[in-house]
Design a protein. Structure first.
Lengths: 165, 167
């Protein structure tokens, strides 16, 4: 808890918390970035599940630069939000659930990328059964990430370690 | 405003939204809806602007009904928010801007399907979309990103501290 108090009292943390524009622009970037991160997965997974079958499966990788850019945006903005209210997130189990869900979802993306997405022989028609199972899992994990992320605003035990209320 | 509240109370929405988990559940569904919209319509816009040009546009367009479903989900959850606390929204500049951007996006959709979609469907693999389609794509992307930004900013402008800027 001591290091949380120390972090809260660094000038940068205070500025992130108390400057309205800094805090809210970070919040906005986090939301827009997350929309695109999940959005690219929506398209990839719907295609894997057989919606839009004439989209060449390996071509969905061309949308991945959008994913990489927005993963950087959500990571950086997420880190800044964490600096603003470290105790709020780090004392809340839901925060670790969100991190775990996102990491698991990205792990699924990686196995789809190294497996079926790089193999043009799946371009036409149905994706293999294993890939379809992973696509459902991916959608569920991203839904979980959204849910736990939204619940962070409702489940925290404290806002700040230095004055607990 | 009275009418909105009345509707919310009579339909049971008000009671649901004021339970412990009502509001967060609606917000979560609202974010899932926007992800569907960004993922399908947003990426279709990017395709019209030249990204992933190896994907036939008519094939990619088959995903758009999922975006429309996301939009419908967000209209429903949106009505739940606004009718349960109308004073937090109607006087809120972020909400007013959001509605204006949605109106522009709506006109853009009508314009797109009336005049541009035909040539877009006939555009082959590897080719760029017609100029008019690219303009429509830029308008669509800017409006929907703006809608997301304004949606997030609604909590920043909380009446009565921030009233409407332009009335």
């Amino acid at each position: 808890m001591d290091y949380l108090v120390w972090l809260e009292e660094t000038p940068f943390s205070i500025w992130m918390r108390e400057s309205g524009p800094a805090f809210f622009s970070t919040l906005v970037l986090h939301a827009v970035g997350m929309g695109f991160v999940v959005g690219v997965h929506v398209t990839m997974n719907l295609r894997l599940l057989g919606v839009a079958p004439r989209v060449p499966l390996s071509m969905t990788r061309r949308f991945f630069p959008v994913l990489w850019v927005n993963l950087v945006v959500v990571s950086l903005s997420g880190a800044l939000l964490l600096v603003a209210y470290p105790a709020k997130a780090l004392t809340n189990p839901v925060f670790y659930l969100k991190l775990a869900t996102v990491l698991a979802a990205l792990f699924v993306t990686r196995s789809l990328w190294t497996g079926v997405l790089r193999d043009p022989s799946h371009d036409a028609g149905r994706a293999p059964r294993k890939a379809r199972v992973l696509a459902v899992l991916s959608l569920l994990l991203w839904a979980g990430a959204i849910t736990s992320g939204r619940l962070l605003a409702y489940t925290h035990n404290m806002l700040m370690a230095s004055h607990q209320f | 405003m009275e009418a909105l509240l009345d509707f919310s109370q009579k339909s049971g929405i008000y009671a649901f939204m004021h339970t412990t988990w009502g509001w967060p559940v609606a917000e979560t569904l609202h974010f899932m809806g926007l992800s569907l919209l960004i993922g399908t319509v947003g990426l279709f816009d990017l395709r019209m602007l030249g990204l992933a040009s190896g994907i036939p546009m008519s094939a990619l367009h088959k995903l758009v009904p999922w975006g429309v479903a996301g939009y419908a989900l967000n209209v429903m959850t949106g009505v739940m928010f606004v009718s349960s606390a109308p004073d937090q929204y109607l006087f809120n500049p972020a909400f007013q801007t959001k509605l204006a951007l949605m109106a522009i996006a709506g006109i853009n959709v009508l314009f797109f399907y009336r005049f541009v979609f035909g040539p877009v469907k006939r555009t082959g693999v590897g080719a760029r979309a017609p100029r008019a389609a690219q303009v429509a794509a830029v308008i669509s992307l800017s409006c929907w990103i703006g809608v997301l930004v304004c949606g997030r900013l609604i909590t920043y402008y909380r009446p009565p501290y921030h009233w409407c800027f332009w009335c």
